[in-house]
Design a protein around this ligand. Structure first.
Ligand SMILES: NC(=O)c1ccc[n+]([C@@H]2O[C@H](COP(=O)([O-])OP(=O)(O)OC[C@H]3O[C@@H](n4cnc5c(N)ncnc54)[C@H](OP(=O)(O)O)[C@@H]3O)[C@@H](O)[C@H]2O)c1
Length: 280
């Protein structure tokens, strides 16, 4: 009986897979392209083809699985997740990684998926992570590398950024000790909240060069991201997420990471220092 990880090639899934392997487990990574995913964990994991858009892949992936971690597919997740859960009723545990703010907004896709998980009857745990620190080396990182600027519509609000390493570690701890986390929802955030001005100052200090935060109006942000190749829908959704940030909904610190891991979450300053080469 195995632990199935859906989204294993993503930010959280990679950290979770490695955390489980460090603890002596051999997870099954359910991925769209097993050959492409294989370098991720080499021979220390098993790989099976899985695609939320291809229901034929559900039963083979679920066969022999006892526990499952998943993130929602980006586009229209509800029908495919509903169909997936109908075939997953034998699982003894399921973890769904949702989103800190939208997970709690009635009618939002991640909230609908949370409700499907709760209604499935499978013993579940919900994770609601806040904004990832890794966004600054990922999709926000291009502006930092190319223009030495952070250009997002976050105003001067504060965010309790979380390291995906901690999210993966929390998910692993829950999978390894299932019964103590059943029916719980954890809000996973860092130990301090920062404005984007403070993040820019931190990165400047680490790279030894001025990095500036430039708040941008939502309409200009949408135009800018479309010109970079994003869809209008993705740009508008990101503006919506930053609106929640501006309303202060990502600022509050929670003790949930420490509750599960028995140690404090990683500091943003440590993340920036460890990843400073990725800003150049
Ligand atoms: N970024 C943030 O700050 C933030 C904060 C809170 C919550 N979130 C939420 O976290 C989730 C994203 O997690 P992440 O960053 O770990 O993932 P990610 O890096 O965006 O990667 C997406 C993963 O999903 C897989 N995937 C995509 N479409 C799939 C499909 N049709 N069937 C099966 N697998 C599919 C991808 O596999 P392939 O290798 O096949 O592409 C990849 O492993 C989203 O729900 C997002 O809303 C993000």
């Amino acid at each position: 009986m195995s632990i199935l990880i859906i989204g294993a090639t993503g930010n959280i899934g990679r950290e979770l897979s490695r955390a489980l392997i460090r603890k002596g487990q051999r997870p099954v990574l359910a991925v769209r392209d097993p050959e492409k995913a294989r370098p991720l964990c080499g021979g220390r994991a098993d790989y099976i083809r899985f695609d939320f858009n291809d229901p034929e892949t559900f039963a083979p992936a679920l066969e022999g699985a006892k526990q499952c971690f998943f993130i929602a597919p980006h586009a229209d997740p509800v029908p495919s997740v509903e169909r997936f859960l109908q075939q997953a009723l034998h699982l003894q545990q399921i973890i769904f990684s949702s989103g800190r703010t939208t997970g709690g907004v009635p009618g939002a896709p991640l909230n609908k998926v949370e409700n499907l998980v709760k209604a499935s009857g499978i013993p579940y745990t919900l994770l609601r992570p806040g904004w990832f620190m890794q966004n600054f080396t990922g999709w926000i990182g291009d502006d930092i590398r190319q223009e030495r600027r952070i250009i997002v519509p976050a105003g001067d609000s504060r965010t309790a950024f979380v390291d995906v390493h901690d999210i993966g570690a929390v998910a692993a701890a829950i999978l390894l000790s299932p019964s103590s986390h059943t029916s719980k929802t954890y809000e996973l955030v860092g130990r301090e909240a920062f404005s984007h001005y403070e993040v820019a100052a931190m990165i400047s200090e680490a790279v030894g060069e001025k990095v500036e935060y430039r708040p941008i109006e939502p309409a200009d942000y949408i135009k800018r991201m479309i010109s970079k190749g994003w869809t209008k829908k993705a740009a508008e959704h990101t503006v919506y997420l930053y609106q929640l940030v501006q309303e202060g909904k990502e600022a509050e610190i929670t003790p949930d990471i420490e509750k599960v891991l028995n140690h404090s979450p990683r500091r943003l300053s440590d993340f920036v220092e460890e990843n400073k080469l990725k800003f150049s």
